[in-house]
Ligand binder design. Sequence first.
Ligand code: RTP
Ligand code: MG
Length: 152
Amino acid sequence: ATLLKTNKCLETTLALLKPDLFADHQTLCNIEQRIAHLFRISARRKVIWTTGDAQRFYAEHQGKPFYPRLISYMTSGPILALALTKHGAIQEWREMIGSTRPAQMRIERPTTLRAQFGLTDTRNSFHGSDSVASAERELEFFFGKKLPNQLH
Ligand code: RTP
Ligand code: MG
């Protein structure tokens, strides 16, 4: 027998439930329950971003055509930040939300969260860290000091 359950690393990723989801409280609760069934929620925080917060978080996109509408979207209402911990959490969360464009996901991967809830390419309802380095930066952005289970 072996104690090794998986060869994936124990990771914590940053999930964001973006402002459009706050239009319907029940939908937001249902989504969070769905997430909690598959990941340990190590930290959670509801925030309302200033323009400066959004500009800092999305600094890598400055100058892109969608940047102004991304900043106005992300400051249009509350955001729910969740730290999700699991073996292979970064990849699994990205697979669960699907890729950026909801209309494309409704054709290619209809069970993904962006397919089910996303509105447009910008108003796509979810964020997931894209790498270990991004997860570390983004978790620090919302939660400050490193979380206990963030053992990279
Ligand atoms: P990835 O993990 O591959 O970086 O994908 P992502 O969904 O984070 O998308 P990214 O390209 O990093 O863009 C960040 C957010 O900006 C908005 N966006 N709008 N063409 C558009 O209108 C457009 N492209 C991107 C989305 O909110 C996206 O999640
Ligand atoms: Mg990205």
